[in-house]
Design a protein around this ligand. Structure first.
Ligand SMILES: Cc1cc2nc3c(=O)[nH]c(=O)nc-3n(C[C@H](O)[C@H](O)[C@H](O)COP(=O)(O)OP(=O)(O)OC[C@H]3O[C@@H](n4cnc5c(N)ncnc54)[C@H](O)[C@@H]3O)c2cc1C
Length: 401
């Protein structure tokens, strides 16, 4: 019998596993992290590599370890390495530094010992434990933590989904069959989207195929330092949010405060330079609303202003599906265990992120409780605080007994 099964070994699952092992001394043989990738945080590493990103958007204090200064100290300990750097006033770590630190934390906590490759398929409540069916057999556990995210479901506009279904070479940056190395000089590209991934990808393509790369964004690109106000990381915003009982109001607070599609000033400046000064990138704020795959293998895109654009390749950077992650297999579990859902399809959980007396959530699934930063790296720390409160409380009541 396992004590904990963490479903999803990404940023959130890794943070929580480290928390359970390091702070709550959960033995490694009583914990399983289940994820279809070969090693922890692979999904994160694959996604970030695909966008051509070199620095994180979040500061050096957001990472998968427990001590806020862990990544900063790790950077200092690696000062002889060219990648051990952080950028600007907010000390944004380089992607390589952040990823090396993940590996360091995984090794330090021994998490490779409890990491299993596979996918959860079903959960059955057996009263004193849960039985979890996975692609590699079933497992009995006292508790489950759901740490899955929408990153396996890239969002496609309907017209683009139709072209993709006909096998036209239209890709989403987070598709399994999209590689950064498939962008090569000579081809013309249309990158669709307006968030950080779209801009980073457009800059990457423009450098390889100067003058032949187009960025089509839906309206002007808002500039913000982070993707939500830092007040959502602490009590100033989270306390009033927690006091709001109406989940529909909470959802609209989340929607209004997630600055999706925004980019930091320095990336906006790079776009300006690439488009105005260097003239290697064409930027339009009239999005593509339709597209056709032509007989000569090119695409003809129709923009919202009626203009047509012909390019060799179309790459979408339009984010992820808005529906609750895991909808397929988790949908059946929700029905079977009668797990409460808000009308937006997201879990109704208590303040300790319990969805069921034995099932906890983190990340996107905990959004209605953790707020607009729930999906981010620091969202794992916020979720960890909540779950820790409950574990500390149960430990002290067991001691008293
Ligand atoms: C390009 C990019 C850059 C980002 N940059 C930042 C940044 O700078 N700062 C920041 O704070 N946030 C950033 N984010 C947002 C966020 O931190 C990441 O998306 C992060 O990966 C979320 O962590 P997660 O653990 O929730 O999801 P993931 O890292 O996606 O992990 C979820 C895991 O669950 C697995 N899974 C799914 N279903 C199952 C199942 N049935 N059984 C077992 N496993 C399953 C998936 O395969 C995956 O490995 C960025 C996101 C993207 C896409």
């Amino acid at each position: 019998m396992k004590e904990w099964l963490i479903i999803g070994g990404g940023i959130h699952g890794t943070y929580m596993a480290n928390l359970l092992v390091t702070k709550f001394s959960v033995p490694l043989d009583r914990l399983v992290i289940l994820d279809p990738h070969d090693s922890p945080c692979m999904q994160w590493k694959i996604m970030t590599c695909k966008t051509g990103m070199t620095y994180l958007r979040s500061p050096i204090y957001h990472h998968v370890d427990l001590d806020a200064c862990s990544l900063e100290e790790f950077m200092k300990s690696q000062s002889d390495k060219s990648w051990a750097v952080a950028y600007g006033k907010y000390q944004r770590p380089s992607l390589r530094l952040f990823n090396e630190h993940i590996d360091h934390v995984v090794e330090k906590a021994g998490l490779h010992e409890c990491y299993r490759v596979g996918r959860a398929l079903d959960i059955t409540d057996r009263g004193s434990y849960l039985k979890v069916d996975t692609t590699t057999g079933s497992l009995n556990t006292r508790r489950v933590l759901l740490a899955i995210s929408p990153t396996e479901d890239p969002r496609f506009p309907a017209w683009a989904a139709k072209l993709k279904a006909k096998n036209a070479p239209i890709r989403h940056v987070f598709d399994d069959d999209f590689y950064l190395t498939s962008i090569v000089p000579g081809f013309s590209y249309a990158v669709l989207g307006k968030g950080l991934s779209a801009l980073q990808l457009a800059l990457y393509a423009a450098k390889l195929s100067p003058g032949k790369t187009h960025l089509l964004s839906n309206g002007r690109i808002p500039i913000h330092k982070f993707d939500s106000d830092p007040c959502w990381l602490g009590p100033r915003c989270l306390e009033p949010f927690g006091k709001e009982k109406d989940l529909t109001v909470r959802r609209s607070i989340i929607t209004n405060n997630m600055l999706n599609g925004s980019v930091p000033q320095e990336v906006a400046m790079d776009i300006l330079q690439a488009s105005a000064k260097d003239q290697i990138l064409h930027v339009s704020h009239d999005p593509a609303v339709d597209g056709q795959f032509l007989r000569n293998g090119k695409f003809e895109l129709t923009q919202s202003n009626g203009e047509k654009l012909v390019v060799d390749r179309v790459i979408l950077a339009t984010g992820f599906d808005h529906t609750c992650p895991g909808s397929g297999w988790l949908g059946d579990v929700i029905t079977k265990l009668r797990l409460p859902l808000h009308s937006d399809g997201y879990p109704i959980v208590d303040r300790y992120l319990r969805w069921h007396r034995r099932i906890f959530v983190t990340g996107a699934l905990g959004e209605l409780e953790v707020g607009p930063a729930a999906r981010n790296i620091f969202g794992a720390t916020l979720a960890g605080h909540r779950i820790s409160q409950l574990l500390e409380h149960s430990a002290s009541s067991t001691t008293k007994e």
